[in-house]
Each structure stands twice: as structure tokens, then as C-alpha cells.
Design a protein around this ligand. Sequence first.
Ligand SMILES: [Zn+2]
Ligand SMILES: [Zn+2]
Length: 337
Amino acid sequence: MKALVYTGPKSVELREVAEPEAAPGEVMLKMRLCGVCGTDIGIFGGTHPRAVAPLIMGHEFVGEIVGESSRFAKGQRVVAYPLISCGDCHPCRTGQPHVCAKLRLIGIDGAGAMTEYVAVAENVLFPVPEDMDDRIAALVEPLAVAVRVVEQSGMSISDRVVVLGAGPIGLLTAIVARHAGAERILISDIDPARLKLAADLGFTAINVGKEDLDQWVMTVTDGDGADVVFECSGAPVAALDMTRIARPGATICLASMHKQSNPVALLDIAFKELSVIGSRVYTREQFGRSIELAQVLAEPLQRLITLTLPLSAAGDVFNIIQDPARNDVKILIDCTE
Ligand SMILES: [Zn+2]
Ligand SMILES: [Zn+2]
């Protein structure tokens, strides 16, 4: 079968590889669509701390059952909760397996979905509703990230929200925050194409390369500062912005991975009594809820998908991502072509 294989820093190859075999407890899936995630870009760049070449990437996928299963019929479409926890460490023993000390993911620590067939543990599979488009099902995993941060924020109805970063996670977070009742949502970035999409989705979109973030936050929040700030950019400057634009008593949720230790204004956190909440992935329950939510939010969600590449052409995907002439938001790989 064909597979897109990470072969080392800055290198992927479309290879012919052996089909996997389903171990006890696993079921064989035929892949339909697989999303390309920021994590995959990190793996490609050679900066992911755990990914080891050769590796088939891909953890955001929808597939169909082709193997024997006691729970699913052949042809049934499924999505997979991609987290694998050890069951043994302190977080696992205390009900927080999503932050397992030895957390592993399908497509990072083991073979993923940018291929034709994957054997997946049956107990992590969720059925896809019959009337759901494959493309929407492929967004369930990143949507679960947004569901978690919005739930963690304790956001109230009518809150005024700032989302830093208009990448897929920032846009998904803004969409979920609006669904959860946020009254005004400002979203910032420096990429004009992403900002245009944010504006088309109905958010106040600010180019922080050209416009004054603080001034816009004050305008949108009637001079109060943001009730909730979602940091989805990973940009070093955002670590300073996030506390400055927050109102006293506000909550800041970190949905991005700051790979280096960026300066943070701790005095803001103390003086304004801010709550800062970290977020890594999502729970199994939140993943399940995001399937239902994806159906409700299908219209705005499908607008995030700017390119679908056949697997046979996926060897070029990271060149496309790095091409300054293209401004994709979410790229999907069609594993059936
Ligand atoms: Zn992802
Ligand atoms: Zn564990």
C-alpha cells in the first residue's frame, strides 16, 4: 500500500509499504481522509521530541471498517481518539489519562493515517453519523482541542473574547467560543489570508503586523480588556500580549505549544489576579462531544479546508505548506486516491 513516510528532518517520501496486520483488540480501517496538523509540520521539521523516522504520520482521520469487528459493521465510518495512555502513572491513576506521563499518539509514536490501511484499537473508535460529510469528520480531532480550551476557560455567555492566532486551532476556538455564547470575538494574526477567512466567518480580524492590538481590544471590550484570552499562536510576543490585554480577573487559556520559554509578565497575573490555564489535548469525553458539535458547526468548519490533496501527490504537502504564495488553513489528504 502507499504511505507518506517521514524519513528524517525535512524529508518525506511516498513509499510502498507492507499492509499492517490487526493485533488482538484492533480492527483494520481503510483510510478516507487525514488532516495535516501543526504537529505533523513539527515532525517534518525534525523538532518533535518523540517522533522517530521512519514514521507514517497522521492522527486526524476518518476511515471505514474493513476488518472483523464485534462493534462495527463493515463499511461503517469511524474516527479515532488518537491518545494512548499508559494506565499506570499518576495522571492515569487519578482520572487524567490525557496528560499521561508517557502519553503516546497514533501517527506520532506509532503508524498513523497518511496511508491506505491502519490497524487501530477498537476501543478508541467512535462511529461517524450517517449524514456527516467525510471532510467534517476529519476535523473532529482538531475541533476537540477547541472544545477543551473553551470548556477549560469557564467562559460565560456574552463574554468578550480575544483569540491570538488565526490558524486552524485559533479559528476553531473562535467558532466554538461563539457557539458557547461569546458576544464579541476578536482574532489576531499577521497572515492576511487567515485574517480574511476570520473576517468572512464573522469575527473582528486584526492584523497585528499593521494595527494596534491593545487599541482594538479596548474598542471591542468597551475599555475593559478581554474576559477570556485564548493563546493559539505560539508566537513569543503573544506571551506578553495575553496578560496585557486581559481584564482584571480574566482567564487566559494556552492552546498553543510554546517550544521555548518566552517571557511572561507575571506582575500582570498577580495585579489583575489572572487565571492561566494550560491545555495539551482533550479528554475522551470531549472528543465524543466534538463529533456532535462538528455536525452542528459543519458550515463554518468546512470553510477552514482550503486544500485536499490525493495521497498519491502528498509527497509535496510540506512544500505546499512552506510556499509563501499559498495560504492554506487546513489541508486534508485524500487517502483513497
Ligand atoms: Zn492535530
Ligand atoms: Zn499514564
